[in-house]
Design a protein around this ligand. Structure first.
Ligand SMILES: NC(=O)c1ccc[n+]([C@@H]2O[C@H](COP(=O)([O-])OP(=O)(O)OC[C@H]3O[C@@H](n4cnc5c(N)ncnc54)[C@H](OP(=O)(O)O)[C@@H]3O)[C@@H](O)[C@H]2O)c1
Length: 420
């Protein structure tokens, strides 16, 4: 256990961010305390003729003492200094990332695989593989295409990361075929006295519990696992990924299973809405069930973490809103947000709605919803239903809500007729 080793740039960045959060919280608390105490004093004073000072004045800072103002200025200076340090650290992080670009393999070069590969190509070397022949599209994008029927050639590209972007329905069979190939590749390398680590395997499926379990069940233990769901696609992300949500769960590193209930983020500074400042990730070791802390782990664990962070940093650098979330929580939320969106789009789409010369803004949104959801494959829609255990309940609730609304309409009509 080496506690003296150099701290990776992202950890320094995290600590600095926490410092800034702490300073800002302190500044806010101090200012609020000053205002509350001032307001309290004002309330306790008997109202004098001509007195204009109120608690609102206190809140707005009017009538503060010179020392109070001096303290606030001091805190602002500290804040500006930390912001400058953060900017320098971010630059350092970016150049560290660019100096060690990842080689990323993408399995499944369909609509979504092409969409992400195009952006990955800005950050590293990209090798893609798929059932269909996508040589021309890959060449046009400046990435290497290898047929899915030749997994040896794909793995021989020396991949740091393999991103699985196949359909939800074919995910299981794809991993069933790929996993033994990875094992064979690792065995061969080990017999030559090389490589002990497998690639980091990442999924991008729109459901999360299913791929998580499949990867844990089938992949060799040498492979780290990251389960992700970019909550956007070729339509919503056509003008860039800035501000779009990226959900992820660090699932396994160096054969240590991460406890999803402790999933925390090194990226929370990009998530303006999050107040989560718990930087320590806890891990449960497979088999023994021992709980570990990230800092007490081996060099291999730190290397695995570093590679995962470098991959996550691509999304972060593209401006995504990074949201760490357990796969189970993702599926619960997604059934009532993403699945219901697709369901409504499909229902409205199958009604055969058309544009009219008098379309309202609301109807234009409906047509946009239909267009976006129908552009995705039916396999994707079916996958959202079949592999999220919460989706059937969402359909049931929708049916029940539709019946309730129809009953309300019919009852009102009945009352109207009775009152005539
Ligand atoms: N579309 C989005 O907005 C979006 C957003 C976030 C995540 N995702 C996820 O990204 C993945 C891909 O989505 P998609 O939009 O590209 O459409 P999709 O219909 O879900 O998947 C198409 C991809 O799956 C591959 N595939 C299909 N059946 C296969 C089989 N039996 N064996 C091997 N490969 C097979 C296709 O390969 P070939 O083209 O070579 O046939 C193609 O690469 C899905 O898991 C989806 O949940 C999509």
């Amino acid at each position: 256990m080496n506690r003296q080793r150099r701290r990776p740039a992202y950890l320094s960045l995290l600590l600095l961010t926490l410092q800034i959060h702490a300073t800002l919280s302190f500044a806010t608390a101090a200012a609020a305390a000053q205002n509350i105490s001032k307001a309290g004093q004002d309330r306790n004073q008997p109202a004098c003729k001509g007195e204009t000072s109120t608690s609102l004045d206190a809140m707005s800072g009017r009538g503060r003492s010179a020392s109070e103002i001096g303290r606030l200025e001091e805190l602002k200076k500290q804040e500006a200094k930390l912001a400058r340090q953060l900017a320098v650290l971010r630059k350092e992080k970016l150049s560290a990332l660019r100096s060690r670009p990842l080689t990323i393999g993408v399995v499944g070069f369909g609509r979504f695989g092409q969409f992400i590969a195009r952006t990955f190509a800005k950050h590293g070397r990209v090798v893609v593989t798929s059932r269909s022949d996508y040589t021309d599209i890959a060449n046009g994008m400046g990435v290497t295409y290898v047929p899915l029927s030749d997994p040896e050639a794909f793995l021989e590209e020396g991949l740091d990361v393999i991103v699985l972007a196949v359909s939800i329905l074919s995910f299981d069979s794809t991993v069933q075929k790929l996993a033994p190939q990875i094992q064979k590749y690792l065995d061969e390398k080990a017999s030559q006295g090389g490589l002990l680590r497998g690639p980091l395997v990442v999924d991008v499926l729109s459901v999360k519990e299913h791929p998580r379990q499949t990867l844990l069940d089938l992949l060799p233990p040498e492979c780290d696992i990251l389960c992700t769901h970019p909550m956007f696609g070729p339509d919503s992300g056509k003008n860039g990924w800035h501000g779009l949500t990226f959900v992820y769960e660090r699932t396994r590193i160096d054969n240590v299973l991460m406890d999803p209930s402790h999933e925390t983020s090194f990226h929370h500074f990009t998530d303006a809405g999050s107040s989560d400042s718990d930087a320590d990730g806890s891990f449960v070791e497979l088999g023994s069930g021992t709980v570990h802390d990230v800092h007490e782990n081996s060099e291999a664990h730190v290397e695995g973490m570093d590679r995962m962070e470098r991959f996550l940093s691509i999304w972060e650098e593209e401006g995504c809103r990074m949201v760490p979330l357990s796969c189970a929580d993702h599926d619960e939320y997604a059934a009532n947000s993403q699945f219901i969106t697709h369901l409504m789009g499909r229902i409205l789409g199958s009604q055969g709605l058309r544009k009219t010369p008098i379309d309202t803004k609301g109807f234009e949104s409906v047509m946009k919803l239909i267009g976006n959801t129908m552009a995705d494959s039916f396999d994707l829609f079916y996958g959202l239903y079949k592999y999220n255990k919460n989706s059937a309940e969402t359909i049931r609730q929708l049916q029940s809500a539709l019946s309730d609304v129809v009953v309300q309409l019919e009852e009102m009509e009945k009352q109207e007729q009775e009152s005539k």
